[in-house]
Design a protein around this ligand. Sequence first.
Ligand SMILES: *Cc1c(COP(=O)(O)O)cnc(C)c1O
Length: 396
Amino acid sequence: MQIPIVRLALGDAEVEAASRVIRSGWVAQGPEVAAFEREFAAATGAPHAVAVSNCTVALELSLRVAGVRPGDDVATVSHSFIATANAVVAVGARPVFVDVQPHTYSMNPDALARAITPRTRAILCVHQIGFSCDLPAILAIAQSRGLPVIEDAACAIGSEIRIDGNWQRIGRPHGLLACFSFHPRKLITTGDGGMITTSDPALAERLRLLRQHAMSPSTARHESNRVTLESFSEPAFNFRMTDLQAAVGRPQLARLPAIIAERRALAARYTEALADHPLLAPPTEPAWLRSNWQSYPTTLRTSGRMSQIEIMQFLLDRGVASRRGIGNAHSEPAYSKCAWSCGPEPCDPAAHAAGRCLRLPVSERARDYTILLPLFHGMSPAEQDYVVATLRALPG
Ligand SMILES: *Cc1c(COP(=O)(O)O)cnc(C)c1O
């Protein structure tokens, strides 16, 4: 049996939706994007949702409208897909990397408080692999420093957090803006695609302007029976989503509750199977969050005798794909030369080169001691049985 890390569950509804758009004669941003935005806002409980080409540009645009300028600092995490750090650099700012919490893989609020510099202009937190970050603590720090919070919710559609005794959906948003991804590795896919949610109508309007070259009027000229001349108020971008993409996303969004229920059941099954496993420990889902199980992370037990790579190779040899923990931007060549800050102190290149720089121990451990198991909606019981049996066959 071959079990991939993720398998797409697209079917007739998505084929029909794409065909409908192709036959309509309108494939660029139009009515399907508008409908997807309305339905996404309803699904996350957000007043406004603005579709864009992908989550990386969603983050870039969000930082820009939040007022981040070249030379500013943005407090964020290294332990994330590289897009998080790249979005900060894209607006000319410097990422200040903060360590994460072990059980949520997301920003540690105490480390955040220590990392804020006089130049910090925004906080970019990540709801990593579907686990929510500690929003109440992060928002309290942001408020006391007068800083906007942008949530990288790329992986967190449908994840929930309990605040003041109530379960709330990620992306409502709790910060100023939240950004989602529709890359095939996430729960809902449009091939590539992104969405920004906000409660602020003026920000939503500004995002709509900037994603389309700051062009006005933004409505389709072909619908007007009068000659209209467009104008462009400032240099901006083409970050549009197409109607083809949006149409494919809509039926998946309608299935989201069922998708999450299925993924929770798969995760529970793994957690039960790993309870007494000699090498791998199941994740701990804190009582205040409900993951959408975008990924299922297991942790190497310290008593185990096989390395991360050896376990992954054992699984792969038997047809089971896995991935190591989320990467760390500060360990990548792109960020390893003080292109980021070590914290409040200026980066010392010599110390950095000698490995004496500030470390992010929890982030580094999370990458090297975590193995992500295959988990996707549409995974059959026989497939999961096979993964569990292969895990049991690991020489403990
Ligand atoms: C996938 C991902 C992104 C980037 O999303 P794209 O839509 O591929 O640009 C950003 N941040 C995190 C945490 C992600 O997992």
